[in-house]
Design a protein around this ligand. Structure first.
Ligand code: ADP
Ligand code: ADP
Ligand code: ZN
Length: 238
């Protein structure tokens, strides 16, 4: 039996280091949908040594985007899993207009749409200091900062006790390329969702708690052109 349900997706957009990963867990919990981060999925492929992970490696190490067809395949597979039947919080995807076109088309086939695109705006000069002090949990992908957000468990993850590590692509020379690629390829994606009327801007240049409060409010607010339906209104209001 085929059950067609309305399917809604919320996007977390912003430059590398804007704070997407830091905020994603709480937002995904509030929306009651899984947190789907393309970078985490790619790094998992690499650590499992899959063909896809091997194909992605050189691009990631240089700070370039992995080719669209590889990333789109991973995300669409993930969205087909059972826990995503009501939707998902996408973090780090789409990053090109081509990825956005595939996503919009796929959601449309399921009578869904990007309900809200939350854009965490951070000035470019703070990105490098955020990324150079970033530490990540190998097990649950929680994101810490040695100065701005240290783990309460010292050199282990406060959430799960896992091992913390620094990403090789958070080195300054790679970060500069990632920011360049973001401005060239991903800024147009933000404009695209702006034109669709679903963009919600949040000032990400403040403390983690202040940003979090605004992100939760933005994701709950109906976008300008958004027409609520019974099922999506239920998702927003919980
Ligand atoms: P950040 O959290 O710093 O924004 P990510 O973890 O999202 O970085 O991504 C790390 C790397 O993985 C990117 O530099 C890129 O090589 C690759 N990547 C992640 N998401 C995508 C995507 N949607 N399209 C292409 N490449 C991606
Ligand atoms: P993204 O997923 O957008 O690449 P992260 O969530 O991993 O970014 O955050 C990048 C770094 O900045 C991490 O070290 C994180 O602890 C830190 N950080 C995140 N949000 C803030 C904030 N509002 N103020 C200061 N540091 C932050
Ligand atoms: Zn952890």
């Amino acid at each position: 039996m085929m059950l067609r349900t309305r399917y809604d997706v919320v996007l977390l957009l912003g430059a590398p280091g804007a704070g997407k990963g830091t905020q994603a867990r709480v937002l995904a919990t509030a929306l009651d949908v899984p947190h789907v981060a393309s970078g985490d999925l790619l790094r998992e492929h690499r650590s499992r040594g899959t063909a896809l992970g091997q194909a992605a490696r050189a691009y990631m190490d240089r700070g370039d985007l992995v080719p669209d067809d590889l990333v789109v395949g991973i995300i669409l597979d993930r969205l087909r899993q059972g826990d995503a039947h009501r939707g998902a919080l996408l973090d780090g995807f789409p990053r090109t207009l081509a990825q956005a076109a595939v996503l919009d088309e796929r959601l449309g086939e399921h009578n869904g749409a990007v309900r809200s695109a939350v854009y965490v705006e951070v000035s470019l000069r703070v990105l490098v200091e955020r990324l150079s002090g970033r530490w990540l949990c190998r097990a649950c992908h929680a994101s810490y900062h040695e100065v701005f957000n240290p783990s309460a468990a010292g050199d282990r993850c406060a959430a799960c006790g896992g091992d913390l590590y620094q990403r090789p692509d958070d080195k300054r020379n790679v970060v500069e390329n990632r920011i360049h690629v973001y401005l060239r390829d991903t800024r147009p994606v933000i404009d695209h969702y702006g034109a669709l009327g679903v963009l919600q801007r949040v000032d990400g240049d403040r403390g983690i708690e202040a940003v979090r409060a605004d992100i939760l409010a933005a994701a709950a607010r109906p976008p300008l052109l958004y027409q609520p339906t019974l099922s999506t209104a239920a998702v927003v209001r919980g």
